[in-house]
Ligand binder design. Structure first.
Ligand SMILES: Nc1ncnc2c1ncn2[C@@H]1O[C@H](COP(=O)(O)OP(=O)(O)OP(=O)(O)O)[C@@H](O)[C@H]1O
Length: 270
C-alpha cells in the first residue's frame, strides 16, 4: 500500500460566478519514505494540490488516501512548511518549535517539548539563537526554524510548498543541503514521506526520488520521472557528472516542451 494515493483529483474555484478548473483528473501515489517533488510552471496548481493534501481545501472530485484511508480535513500525520516562514512573531524560536510539537503530540511534557526544540535548533545550526524572536532572525534563519519545527513535530508526512522560494541563492543552497542531510538521516530512522513543491529543476533533482511534472490549464500530471542518482547525494559531486547534465537537459526539454506544445512550437534549443 502506498503512503499517499491521489486518485482522480479535480479541483475547482468559483470566482465571481465563474467556475475555474485548477486541477483535472490528477492521480499519482507516493511511497512511504519517498521524497517526491512536484514541478510545473506558475499557475499549474501545485499549491492547490498541496492544500488538498494538507486538508484545508476539498476537491470537487477524487480522493486522497493516506495509509489506505480517505482523509477528511487536516491531520496530525502531516506537517507543512511554506515559502513564508509562518512562525508566530510573539514566540521565540524555541517556543515556536515547542508549540508546533504540542499541536501534534499533546502527551509530551512541556519540559520535553522544550528539550526537543533545543535539539532541533542545534541540528539546523541555530542553538545560540533559541531565545530570539522571528523579527531578530534573517529570512534564511527563520526558514531553518520552520524546518526544525516541521521535523521536530515528527509527522510521517512533510508537505513543503516552495520552502526556499523566497531565500537568496547562497542560503537556498545551504538550506537544500541541510534538508537533504536531515531527511537522509543516519540510515537507522525511518525516512519521512515528503511532497515538495518547487519551480527549480536543480532543486528537484538534488532532493527527490521522483519528480511529478505538471502542465497547466487545467493542472494535470504531464510526466512522472524517477531520479536515477544514488544516495547519499552530494551536490558538488553530482553536478559535475555527465549523467547529471544529460538528465537535467532531458528534464528541461520535457518542461519547456510542454509549454512549446501549448504555444505551437516544435523544438527547444537548450
Ligand atoms: N482561491 C482561489 N480562487 C480562485 N482561483 C484560484 C484560487 N487559488 C488559486 N487559484 C487559481 O488556480 C490556479 C492554480 O493556482 P496555484 O496557486 O495552485 O498554482 P501554482 O502552480 O502553485 O502557482 P505558483 O507556482 O505561481 O505558486 C491558478 O490559475 C490560480 O489563479
Amino acid at each position: 500500500m502506498s503512503k499517499i494515493e491521489i486518485q482522480n483529483l479535480t479541483v475547482e474555484y468559483t470566482d465571481k460566478n465563474r467556475r475555474f478548473t485548477a486541477l483535472k483528473d490528477v492521480s499519482f501515489s507516493v511511497e512511504s519514505g519517498e521524497f517526491v517533488s512536484v514541478i510545473g510552471s506558475s499557475g499549474c496548481g501545485k499549491s492547490t494540490l498541496l492544500s488538498i493534501l494538507e486538508g484545508i481545501n476539498s476537491p470537487a472530485e477524487g480522493t486522497i488516501l493516506i495509509d489506505g484511508k480517505p482523509i477528511s480535513g487536516t491531520g496530525t500525520d502531516r506537517g507543512v512548511v511554506f515559502q513564508h516562514y509562518s512562525l508566530f512573531p510573539w514566540m521565540t524560536a524555541r517556543k515556536n518549535i515547542a508549540f508546533g510539537i504540542k499541536q501534534v503530540k499533546k502527551e509530551i511534557s512541556k519540559a520535553h517539548r522544550l528539550k526537543l526544540a533545543d535539539e532541533y535548533l542545534e541540528k539546523v545550526g541555530l542553538g545560540e539563537f533559541k531565545n530570539q524572536y522571528p523579527s531578530q532572525l534573517s529570512g534564511g534563519m527563520q526558514q531553518r526554524v520552520a524546518i526544525a519545527r516541521a521535523l521536530a513535530m515528527d509527522t510521517d508526512i512533510l508537505l513543503m510548498d516552495e520552502p526556499f522560494g523566497a531565500i537568496d541563492a547562497k542560503n537556498r543552497t545551504i538550506l537544500q543541503e541541510l534538508l537533504l542531510k536531515l531527511w537522509e538521516g543516519d540510515g537507522v530512522q525511518e525516512k519521512k514521506t515528503v511532497v515538495f513543491v518547487t519551480h527549480d529543476i536543480d532543486e528537484a533533482i538534488l532532493l527527490s526520488d521522483r519528480i511529478i511534472m505538471m502542465s497547466a490549464s487545467p493542472g494535470r500530471v504531464y510526466k512522472e520521472i524517477s531520479v536515477p542518482f544514488e544516495r547519499p547525494r552530494n551536490r558538488s559531486d553530482l553536478v559535475q557528472t555527465r549523467d547529471y547534465s544529460k538528465f537535467r537537459n532531458e528534464l528541461l526539454s520535457l518542461f519547456y516542451g510542454d509549454i512549446m506544445d501549448k504555444i505551437g512550437g516544435s523544438e527547444v534549443v537548450l
